[in-house]
Design a binder for this molecule. Structure first.
Ligand SMILES: Cc1cc2nc3c(=O)[nH]c(=O)nc-3n(C[C@H](O)[C@H](O)[C@H](O)COP(=O)(O)OP(=O)(O)OC[C@H]3O[C@@H](n4cnc5c(N)ncnc54)[C@H](O)[C@@H]3O)c2cc1C
Length: 363
């Protein structure tokens, strides 16, 4: 009997679990390790923050899914990996041995390069405390969001919409971005929407320090806040660097095109926590994490059976659908930008359909 440990119930592992059929190899035991019984779908974070979706609509019950798929579920976090001994240590103190280990533990949003931020910010990930964290931000009189990519802009729009619907017109939202927001084509639209909605923004300025009352920037701004949130890019879980696996300069586990780690062929990694050696600049996005699922599912089994492994080849360009509040969105594909209700309907259709398919497996 072989044991495959799936560390983390992220987007990629959900695809792996989904692909396990009733006729699968009975000599492979699959075990999912997750610190929480739910997976929260980040594509719908903004809709939840705005009050458009309920908690049940944005999460998948991992325990139930595992039950349905007849695989083992352990509600534990992986704390360390000993790849040379083929074992992991989990938060319950147990030591688990594996024949294949796959890591899909995502990323976090707590960088250590902004002084004072880690201990003061509202952490959006890991996601199981997500609902209460969203409420704290919704109710904040002065909310500062550090970061200028799709996630930061989208969350600013969503919190604004939530506040607007409740007449909280004196609340202030500020976005601080160290560079441009998305690109030359999208930025004028985003900036014009920020202005229309009264969302403050500072572009090309960098948050460098946070104390109990202000966020300080490189350009000498002191921005008052009640709650601050970093959405300026995925950060690698610190324990991964100590795992004995090779990582890139940011601490993400280095994998080759087969999603095998570069130095341990029995350990795989995917999603945000992995850095593809063949595509070092691949964005950390759920879209890529999901697409890795099919290759990972095949390769985990193929490597046990000594069969040929497949390569993961990322799509060249991804569609970004960025919610801007009040059921409107921006659709960005390369240099093409479209704004309006249709883009939001498209996003909603994709997200709701994706979740419906996942939930069907666990209902
Ligand atoms: C606000 C926001 C909005 C976003 N919106 C989008 C979007 O619209 N579209 C898009 O494509 N991307 C979006 N992203 C990016 C997206 O969230 C990530 O790229 C995606 O979640 C990565 O998937 P993953 O499988 O790597 O990890 P995740 O989906 O984050 O899952 C990782 C899982 O691992 C678990 N875990 C963590 N630590 C451990 C541990 N030690 N042991 C075991 N399990 C552990 C976590 O609980 C979690 O369930 C957004 C990100 C943010 C922050």
């Amino acid at each position: 009997m072989y044991t495959v440990l799936l560390a983390g119930g992220g987007h990629t592992h959900l695809e792996v679990i989904k692909s396990l059929s009733a006729e699968r190899d009975p000599f492979i035991r699959w075990v999912l390790l997750s610190p929480d019984r739910y997976h929260y779908y980040s594509g719908m974070f903004s809709g939840y923050a705005e009050g458009l979706y309920s908690l049940d609509e944005i999460r998948v019950d991992l325990k139930q899914l595992c039950l349905d798929k007849k695989i083992d579920f352990m509600e534990v976090a992986v704390e360390s990996i000993k790849p040379d001994q083929k074992k992991v240590v989990v938060s319950s103190g147990q030591i688990l041995f594996y024949d294949r280990l796959s890591i899909d533990v995502g990323s976090h949003t707590a960088p250590d390069f902004i002084e004072g931020l880690q201990e003061r910010q509202v952490h959006i990930k890991p996601a199981h405390l997500f609902p209460e964290r969203m409420e704290v931000c919704q109710l904040a009189r002065e909310l500062v969001i550090i970061g200028g990519g799709a996630a930061a802009c989208e969350m600013a729009f969503s919190f604004h919409a939530w506040k607007e619907k409740r007449g909280r017109k004196y609340d202030v939202i500020t976005v601080i971005s160290s560079g441009p927001f998305i690109n030359e084509q999208a930025d004028p639209v985003i900036e014009s929407l920020f202005r229309q909605k009264g969302i403050q923004f500072y572009k090309n300025d960098r948050a460098i320090k946070v104390d109990d009352r202000y966020v300080y920037t490189e350009n000498d701004r002191d921005i008052p806040y009640h709650e601050v949130m970093f959405l300026g890019g995925a950060q690698a879980p610190k324990w991964l660097e100590k795992s004995g696996l090779s990582t890139d300069e940011k601490g993400f586990v280095l994998v080759d095109a087969t999603l095998q780690t570069v130095d341990h062929s029995d350990v795989f990694a995917a999603g945000d926590c992995a850095a593809l050696a063949t595509h070092p600049h691949l964005p950390k996005s759920g879209v890529y994490a999901v697409r890795q699922g099919k290759v990972l599912a095949h390769n985990l089994v193929a490597s046990l059976k000594r069969e040929k492994l497949n390569d993961y080849i990322p799509q060249k360009r991804g569609l970004i659908l960025l919610a801007t509040g009040n059921k409107e969105a921006l659709a960005l594909y390369g240099k093409v930008v479209r704004f309006g209700k249709l883009a939001w309907l498209w996003k909603d259709w994709i997200d709701v359909r994706y979740m419906r398919k996942l939930k069907k497996l666990s209902d």
